[in-house]
Design a protein around this ligand. Structure first.
Ligand SMILES: O=C(O)C(=O)[C@@H](O)CO
Ligand code: MG
Length: 258
């Protein structure tokens, strides 16, 4: 049975961020993920997790100036020191919350630009070294170019090749089923081939990114395949509820019963 994590950036938007932890626990989740905790003190996040009996499954490194258009820093050759500072910040939050995996966004860059690739490889090596010393895994996630035009890591084969080539023991693939379907399709084959390097899975319906089961994919079949492949990690529910978050959770009950 997949272990679902509520994505608190997208779900439970009926509540202020700090209250989403309790809302997720009330709805039956025992794990959460989100993009960025950095508007809040690490101790406040740790308290919200502890008070509600939640495990922190994943969060992202600081992405640079998100409002100004940044989408991560790892492949940005001119932002190396800022990236390294973001590693220190993220690891402080990981320590406070007990999170065992972090996602490093690549940023917007041309994937054929050698300088960007060199910066990306350097950044991942640095992050994996620092995170590995604290027992953490590092995720990289291909993101589809429709949602994030110009994003450097926009291809699952590129991510898999990079993971193999870098040979960093704690570098893993974040397999977001939504992005996979938009970029390549062939979701089940992708899961079967890439399972040895997958560290985290996320799910949403395609194309509207609403509740699983409401789009073009057979999400129940995909989730059953994760079980068949003995995937033991989290499945992040990274979707935008079509309406009220709790009212939309029926898909999960049906899956659990099925
Ligand atoms: O958008 C996604 O998909 C994510 O998982 C985020 O972490 C990055 O935007
Ligand atoms: Mg994702």
């Amino acid at each position: 049975m997949p272990r679902f994590a509520a994505n608190l950036t997208m779900m439970f938007g009926e509540h202020p961020f700090v209250d989403r932890f309790a809302a997720a626990a009330r709805a039956g989740f025992d794990a959460v993920e989100y993009l960025f905790p950095y508007d809040f003190d690490p101790a406040a996040i740790a308290g919200a997790l502890q008070d509600n009996g939640l495990t922190q499954a994943l969060f992202n490194l600081p992405p640079g100036d998100w409002a100004g258009g940044d989408r991560g820093l790892a492949a940005l050759a001119d932002r190396r020191e800022e990236f390294r500072a973001s590693v220190r910040t993220a690891l402080a939050y990981a320590r406070a919350t007990g999170a065992k995996r972090v996602h490093a966004m690549s940023g917007l860059a041309d994937r054929t630009d050698g300088r960007a690739m060199a910066a990306y490889r350097d950044a991942l090596a640095h992050l994996c070294d620092r995170a590995g010393a604290e027992g953490l895994e590092v995720m990289i996630e291909p993101i589809n170019p429709r949602d994030m035009p110009g994003y450097f890591l926009n291809d699952f084969n590129m991510a898999a090749d990079l993971i193999a080539d870098l040979g960093l023991p704690n570098l893993r693939l974040q397999f977001d089923i939504y992005h996979r379907q938009i970029i390549h399709g062939d979701v089940l084959t992708g899961l079967r081939q890439l399972m040895p390097v997958i560290g985290h899975v996320q799910i949403a319906a395609v194309p509207l990114r609403h509740e699983p089961g409401t789009g073009e994919l057979a999400d129940a079949v995909i989730l059953a395949e994760l079980d068949r492949l003995d995937y033991a990690g989290f499945v992040g529910c990274e979707y935008r509820p079509a309406g009220d978050t709790v009212a939309g959770l029926g898909w999960m009950a049906a899956f659990r019963q099925g």
